[in-house]
Design a protein around this ligand. Sequence first.
Ligand SMILES: [Zn+2]
Length: 166
Amino acid sequence: MPKRFPAHGVKTHRIYTVWEIAECLRCHRHTVTRWIKARDLDADRTCKPWLIRGADLKAFLGHRQAKPTRRMAPHHCFCLGCKSAQIPDGNFAEYTHQTPTTGRLTALCPACGVVMSKVIRRTDLEAIQAKIEVAFQQAAPRLVSLSEPSSEVALGQEDQTHAKAS
Ligand SMILES: [Zn+2]
């Protein structure tokens, strides 16, 4: 995953030089010139030093950060804990049917154990099943976060409480 640079310090209506961008993002100026040469970042190269509009820089940084999410494969889920796309733990996910055309895919993050879920199109199911095992669920998904303790109470315990009260 590419290194992230904070875009919030960039002023949309300012014109930047490569030096200024490097300073603003705390990166090497060669990194900035590489972006420009790769034509990922728009710059006015007719003058020296090259000039970059703040708006273009902001757009570039935003695009860069959004990339991992956009490239997500159908069987990948976005983990809110890791802030990245993850392949479901154990290559296993549960699918709950929601509407005639969509459903919810639920899986555990292999890195942090948090439940990840996303709405998918039914037509994507086949592509997902080609990559991972999918269990079909009628109601709510069974998977719970590994970080949460089980809240189930043994049946016997409840009977004992009732016995004491009466
Ligand atoms: Zn995670």
